[in-house]
Design a protein around this ligand. Structure first.
Ligand code: FUL
Length: 460
């Protein structure tokens, strides 16, 4: 196909307004300091571990006894090593899942490790293993609690805040607080006091991002690692409402399979056409939570479902490489360690990620593009076979790019198109197929005002 470079953002912008009060409104939506930090650390491990690990279930029932938690020790340093080997920069631990069993000796309930054969404090062990390994530490605290007798009354909000306070004051810095929207269909109707929870977190750990049923990190909408073609970070503010998230979440144990099949609800969350009808907008980047095996907790039965490094890498490209963050669940087993299948898949995933960036051909920093910039040209010093192009916008200036093309310059021939994309955002990884080339050209076709490009790199 003949390459056409005439119509770019500086010359036509595909017919979309380049500068107008509406464009100004869209690009005035930018990330908070916490969200900026998150974008620079886009890959964490999720660790589902707790009563369900001991009883071999996915969802508990709430009538378990602390003595049912028969696990006597864990090797948190090994969990941290696994995270590091995969290239993850943090761990989020399920401190309390829906069954209500607490992995720390909470002063507000007897239903915790303190009355179990374990006797120690799992939250303490995991948070200090993270600190030692230079990993961030985050907490998952299930709002829905099947065990706690006050659940369904106002007193539960006090209970929940008391538990949050313990977690946010006793274990050092917490980088993310993860609120699950899941709730059994037959659970008592109850209004969580979300605003109170958020205020408490902002007070006790101001640097923590609040995810999913929270204002800082958007749930991508499924548990199968799928993302939208265009994952916008500037979206309507109503998506932040915890109630909306809850409606689309899991309502029964067997829902789990559906959550994987589900596509991310509503394909378009951030086009100009959609946003023009929304008064209030927000910066709300998506997080992809997906499990390394079938189900969120360890079970012998699912040992053969552990995903290969190849599959995990695809998920990585599709999430981190598609303007999302990745939260990959790796559940330790009932011996308190991450099994060899997962450990080896994670190591290999880490190698694949390293390989992606190992051979840069050219990496250039830009800034705000000028009208005269037109196309961005890259000359290689010898013919190269490019495998990936990595593009990053400077998201301090919002997300602006809506369409772009990448062309490869063939020796003694013209340009041929190798990739067409939409959103770039904090990171777009474009897999490139094609033979050897002597250079490349990036054309921003459509943008909200002038694009602000942080970096574009080509890798062999
Ligand atoms: C779901 C929960 O019901 C699962 O057990 C798991 O914790 C997952 C991350 O969220 O909604």
């Amino acid at each position: 196909m003949k390459a056409s470079f005439e119509k770019n953002w500086a010359n036509g912008n595909c017919g979309a307004e380049l500068d107008s009060p509406e464009v100004e409104r869209l690009i005035s939506v930018t990330p908070s300091q916490n969200q900026l930090r998150l974008a620079s650390k886009p890959f964490y491990l999720f660790v589902h571990f707790g009563m369900n690990t001991a009883t071999h279930r996915e969802w508990g029932v709430g009538t378990e006894k602390p003595s049912d938690f028969k696990i006597k020790k864990i090797n948190a340093d090994q969990w941290a090593r696994c995270a590091r080997s995969a290239g993850a920069t943090g761990i989020i631990l399920t401190c309390k899942h829906h069954d209500g069993f607490c992995l720390w000796p909470s002063r507000h309930t007897d239903f915790s490790v303190k009355n179990s054969p374990f006797k120690g404090d799992i939250v303490e062990q995991v948070s200090s293993a993270c600190r030692k390994a230079g990993l961030d530490f985050g907490v998952y605290l299930s709002p829905w609690d099947m065990h706690e007798p006050t659940y369904g009354t106002d007193a539960y909000n006090d209970y929940f805040c008391a538990q949050l306070t313990e977690l946010l004051t006793g274990y050092g810095a917490v980088s993310e607080v993860w609120f699950d929207g899941a709730k059994g269909a037959d659970a008592k109707a109850f209004e969580y006091d979300w605003q109170r929870y958020y205020e408490l977190i902002r007070k006790l750990q101001p640097q923590a991002n609040i995810a999913v049923c929270g204002p800082d990190i958007r749930w991508v909408g499924n548990e199968g690692g799928k993302t939208r073609k265009s994952e916008f970070s500037v979206v309507p503010a109503y998506l932040k409402m915890a109630e909306t998230v809850s409606e689309n979440s899991q309502h029964s144990e067997s829902d789990s399979a559906n959550m994987k099949k589900k596509t991310s609800t509503d394909e378009d969350l951030g086009s100009r056409a959609l946003l023009s009808g929304c008064k209030e907008l927000c910066w709300y980047p998506a997080e992809v939570d997906v499990s390394v095996r079938r189900g969120w907790f360890y079970s012998k039965k699912t040992n053969l479902t552990v995903k290969s490094a190849r599959k995990l890498f695809k998920i990585y490209l599709n999430s981190v490489g598609n303007n999302c963050t990745l939260l990959l669940n790796v559940p330790p087993n009932d011996k308190g360690v991450v099994g060899f299948r997962e450990a080896s898949a994670l190591r290999r995933l880490g190698k694949r990620i390293e390989r992606l960036y190992a051979n840069p051909v050219i990496v250039e920093k830009f800034g705000m593009l000028k009208n005269t910039d037109g196309c961005l040209d890259f000359e290689f010093d010898s013919p190269k076979k490019i495998k990936y192009a990595v593009l990053k916008e400077d998201i301090r200036f919002s997300q602006r790019v809506e369409k772009f093309d990448i062309y490869l310059k063939k020796e003694n021939a013209g340009y041929s198109r190798a990739f067409s994309g939409t959103v770039i955002g904090s990171c777009k990884i474009a897999p490139i197929r094609g033979g050897k080339c002597t250079g490349a050209r990036v054309v921003i076709r459509q943008s909200r005002s002038a694009p602000v490009i942080k970096e574009i790199g080509f890798y062999e």
